[in-house]
Design a protein around this ligand. Sequence first.
Ligand code: FPP
Length: 266
Amino acid sequence: MVRGARCAPGAGTDVNATTPEGSASAARIPRHLAIVMDGNGRWAEQRHRPRSFGHRAGQKAVREAVEFCLRQRIEALTLFAFSSENWRRPQDEVGALMELFLKALDKETDELHGHGVRVRFVGDLTAFAEPLRQRMQAAMAKTAGNTALALNVCVNYGGRWDIAQAARRAAEAVARGELTADAIDERTLAPYLSLADLPPPDLFIRTGGEHRISNFLLWQIAYAELYFTDTLWPDVDQACLQRALDDYAGRQRRYGRTGAQVAQAS
Ligand code: FPP
């Protein structure tokens, strides 16, 4: 795929004709999709515009992704919107992103609610300014009962932070006498991690051409299928996402077993 090019739908990727019931990959729709939305800055630079222009364009692609998941009846969509490392960016870019999140919350919450989307902000929210934090809490409270799609927006999030906060909360449970230290294992630690109430991501997508995890959902993606595309995030549309799903549908997930064992079991 040409870097920066809009994803052209290929044969069999007519998103309007592809439904969970109707597509060849009906049985292989991921329950949970996780996306690193990379490439906003380069998209803007290619147009000789400030990076914030790319982030604003990225917001449209977020809408496309939400619509796509609703249409495909994917249960959960988790987006990496702002990493714990993104504070290191130039101050004006960080400021523009905060402004964008604030405006997006004001503009999009009612519509998401209308579509039955449950919105959650995941990460260390204490770092955000009070008005933004209040809007995040209000959006979460308003949409808490929705079930059409769980939309998780990771902000000031890092996978290592997540594992550390889970370990801290488990240690607190030990201190309260609710857990013993020798009982701590993968099964007992898992409930303390973010998104513990959801199935783990089946498919991890990173746009923008880099082949990195960048400290996103380290624990939760242990068995996710990874998909990388050169398409810059603002150029991502539903056809592009459908390509990722089609690719996923052709994968064999083995979870440590052999291919022959998996083939025999299915
Ligand atoms: C990475 O691209 C993108 C971000 C750090 C911000 C993501 C934010 C949005 C898509 C805005 C809308 C989001 C919501 C949830 C309202 P980059 O800036 O690292 O791009 P580059 O690699 O080309 O520099």
